[in-house]
Design a binder for this molecule. Structure first.
Ligand code: DQA
Length: 147
């Protein structure tokens, strides 16, 4: 059966392509996601974006017990949300934290993540390619580690 992977993007990431292109690039996420699906054809790949913290948490709960993995860019909630930290801790699926920009090369308030400790790992600074790197890790996990 195809592995089920959920990408979750948080606030302001709906504006990718328009938002600060010098930081986040000029490609919109829908176009990137279409290409990603083409490059990873055997996967059951899903995408969800919300600007609302509770909706992100609801999605984490919804997929967190039967998907094989979650790629989460929680946007600015990364730096503030104990509730997202707790949601990741409550589910079974492994979560990879992704940031498009290198958060450690930016303002100091971006150097703190409240969610990394509950994630399997963190990819930051590789642009949208970070999502593909996260996918590679998730699909190369041994089958006995799958949820
Ligand atoms: C981001 C980094 C966050 O600090 C910021 O608030 C975002 C995007 C990134 O992908 O680089 O919204 O998560």
């Amino acid at each position: 059966m195809a592995r089920k992977i959920q990408i979750i993007n948080g606030p302001n990431l709906n504006l990718l392509g328009k938002r600060e292109p010098d930081v986040y690039g000029s490609l919109d996420f829908d176009t990137f996601f279409t290409n990603l699906k083409r490059n990873f054809e055997g996967l059951d790949l899903h995408y969800f974006q919300s600007n609302v913290e509770g909706e992100l948490i609801n999605k984490i709960h919804e997929v967190g017990f039967d998907f094989d993995g979650i790629i989460l860019n929680a946007g600015a909630y990364t730096h503030t949300s104990i509730a997202i930290h707790d949601a990741i801790g409550a589910i079974k699926a492994p979560v990879v934290e992704v940031h498009i920009s290198n958060v450690y090369a930016r303002e100091e308030f971006r150097h703190t993540s409240l969610i990394t400790s509950k994630c399997k790992g963190l990819i930051t600074g590789f642009g949208l390619e970070g999502y593909a790197l996260a996918l590679l890790w998730l699909i190369n996990r041994p089958a006995d580690k799958q949820v």
